[in-house]
Write a protein that binds this ligand. Structure first.
Ligand code: HEM
Length: 158
């Protein structure tokens, strides 16, 4: 038996499949985690792109705690959902692309939070010029999270 089969044969995975509330509750928590991560990162990415320029950047750094809490929630709930049908999810290219988008998005968030949010009030004023590289990464970040959401939703219909 492969590791994936062993995972989907555990008592927990069985409960996720047969319980009336197990899957829906975990999926709802997954959506709440998604809102925490993507909600905050969308605002930060748009601000890096200059929308709106009047919004100070420094206080946004405090919201990164919410992003990391949401990410931990999604990692845990994502693994629970995965366990219910591990072989199918693992073999799905859509699921793999979704995970790749998530981890690329996390990498970009780490980079942007240290290079733009983590440099004091350097970029706070509306006249401050944010480096083009940061803007490219912020655009990529928006793209990665949109992809993660669309691909995550699509997996349900495969
Ligand atoms: C912040 C990061 C993440 C985002 C934005 C995200 C997004 C989504 C979305 C939009 C869905 C569809 C929800 C629905 O059908 O109503 C979903 C489902 C799912 N996600 Fe995530 N996800 C994230 C992290 C993860 C991680 C890290 C894992 C695995 C370790 C994971 C595994 C799953 C699984 C297995 C499903 C269920 C698909 C189904 O029921 O067909 N997710 N995710």
């Amino acid at each position: 038996m492969s590791i994936l089969e062993a995972i989907q044969n555990t008592g927990f995975a069985d409960w996720m499949r047969v319980s009336e509330w197990g899957y829906p509750i975990i999926l709802t928590l997954h959506s709440i985690g998604l809102a925490m991560v993507v909600g905050v990162l969308f605002v930060i990415d748009l601000r890096i792109l200059g929308v709106p320029r009047s919004l100070p950047i420094l206080p946004l750094r405090q919201l990164m705690t919410l992003v990391w809490l949401g990410f931990v929630l999604n990692l845990i709930t994502g693994l629970c959902l995965f366990s219910a049908d591990a072989v199918k999810f693992f073999e799905s290219p859509t699921f793999r692309f979704k995970l790749a988008s998530v981890f690329a998005g996390v990498g970009l968030a780490v980079f942007l939070s240290s290079s733009v949010l983590g440099v004091g009030d350097k970029f706070d004023r509306r006249e401050a010029v944010i480096p083009a590289r940061a803007k490219v990464f912020a655009s990529l970040s928006l793209l990665m999270w949109l992809a993660a959401i669309c691909l995550g939703r699509y997996v349900a219909y495969e």
